[in-house]
Design a protein around this ligand. Structure first.
Ligand SMILES: *[C@@H]1O[C@H](CO)[C@@H](O)[C@H](O)[C@H]1NC(C)=O
Ligand SMILES: *[C@@H]1O[C@H](CO)[C@@H](O)[C@H](O)[C@H]1NC(C)=O
Ligand SMILES: *[C@@H]1O[C@H](CO)[C@@H](O)[C@H](O)[C@H]1NC(C)=O
Ligand SMILES: *[C@@H]1O[C@H](CO)[C@@H](O)[C@H](O)[C@H]1NC(C)=O
Ligand SMILES: *[C@@H]1O[C@H](CO)[C@@H](O)[C@H](O)[C@H]1NC(C)=O
Length: 342
């Protein structure tokens, strides 16, 4: 089934209550008063991806960390009061998913001293779905200076499970949630920035999508049963790309001053991803596998930015989302709410 976005629930946005619980070891644990995913009974969450979900891995890679703007203020300023490696001044989608599940925020895998009892985050800002060697054959360079593509992250995950759940992973991962993505957006940005045309980028889409599907199969192989595979945002609306791909031809922009070419590309990519997920589902009838529609969630925020009143069109690079998994008439649905903490 397709993901649905419940727009009418926009008003729920500001009813969200966050409390900070101080525990013994001066460790702050965030808790929601009424976590909305609590009924899903997730006990662990695992994330693979890029800057949309990295909570501190790139930050801990020598080259990636020193190269990334997300390692420096103003990133982290409003919420954590210091850079954490998140490419946001606040929280990320995955932070909200964890909180709404009644779980602690996911620790980055590269923080070796961390507690991974409730899952781990393998996402690396700047990562691609395709390995860097394959990109190199296409003359595309990972300008974020990380080699930690999806397959590398899956290798980390594999060794993590080897020490934490093997040989009983299917039972131990029985109540876990996996997010495979968003991943597979950066290679196109690198390509387009390095002179690839839209047509060349479109021709790369099936390979990227197949790489993600292969990743999902590996995740299923670990024994999990609940997986969300998010697509990409309307990247033509992101200030970072509005700047990078600026045009002085007004026909390049839509009514929201987003770059039509980039958004059409994201639609094309998401469509292929969604089709591949639907196909995969046929082979795994017992697994809850859903597409996460980040595209329309973002668009809704942008279109309602003025009425929401708190985010100006230009100020956010990565807005804050809340994702809800629901079972409606036996079908898994994902509902995404978007809002800003202030
Ligand atoms: C990525 O891997 C290649 C090949 O091993 C190596 O030359 C390069 O330095 C690595 N890049 C980073 C950013 O680690
Ligand atoms: C977890 O495993 C139990 C027993 O094997 C099974 O009955 C249950 O449906 C599983 N739960 C999920 C969420 O897969
Ligand atoms: C816009 O047009 C001017 C003059 O034709 C040109 O010099 C400039 O490079 C163009 N800028 C962009 C971003 O295309
Ligand atoms: C602007 O872009 C449109 C569509 O690509 C093109 O037809 C038109 O010639 C361009 N105008 C200028 C001034 O470059
Ligand atoms: C799915 O679950 C049903 C009922 O438990 C079982 O009979 C069937 O073999 C399973 N199918 C697959 C593909 O695992």
């Amino acid at each position: 089934m397709a993901a649905t976005i419940r727009l009418v629930d926009g008003l729920v946005l500001f009813l969200f209550i966050l409390i900070v619980v101080k525990t013994g070891a001066d460790q702050e644990i965030l808790k929601l008063q009424k976590p909305r995913l609590i009924k899903c009974k997730f006990d662990k969450i695992y994330q693979l991806g890029d800057s949309l979900s990295d909570t501190g891995n790139c930050f801990r890679e020598r080259l990636c960390g020193s190269n990334s703007v997300c390692s420096r203020p103003p990133y982290g300023m409003n919420f954590f009061h210091k850079p954490t490696g998140r490419c946001s001044n606040g929280m990320l989608i995955i932070d909200f998913i964890a909180l709404e599940s009644g779980l602690p925020l996911l620790n980055p895998y590269k923080l070796q001293s961390a507690n991974f009892r409730h899952g781990a985050n393998f996402a690396v800002a700047g990562a691609t779905a395709l390995p860097n060697e394959i990109l190199a054959n296409k003359k595309i360079v990972n300008s974020a200076l990380t080699n930690s593509s999806l397959s590398v992250q899956l290798d980390w995950m594999s060794s993590h499970f080897h020490t934490t759940c093997s040989p009983d992973c299917p039972e131990k991962l029985n109540k876990s949630l996996f997010l495979v993505g968003e991943i597979g957006g950066n290679e196109f940005i690198y390509g387009l920035s390095q002179g690839k045309t839209m047509d060349e980028s479109r021709r790369m889409v099936p390979q990227v999508v197949q790489t993600i599907i292969h990743g999902v199969k590996r995740v299923i192989g670990f024994g999990t049963t609940r997986i969300v595979v998010p697509g990409n945002f309307p990247i033509g609306c992101h200030p970072i790309f509005l700047t990078k791909f600026m045009s002085n031809n007004s026909t390049a922009y839509d009514e929201y001053h987003c770059l039509k070419g980039l958004n059409n590309f994201a639609i094309y990519y998401n469509h292929h991803l969604q089709q591949a997920i639907d196909e995969l589902k046929k082979h795994y009838p017992n697994i809850t596998l859903i597409y996460g529609d980040y595209y329309n969630a973002f668009l809704w925020l942008l279109q309602n930015a003025v009425t929401l009143g708190k985010c100006s069109k230009i100020s956010f690079v990565f807005p804050i989302f809340k994702v809800k998994l629901l079972h409606i008439n036996g079908e898994a649905k994902i509902v995404i709410y978007i809002y800003e903490l202030s």
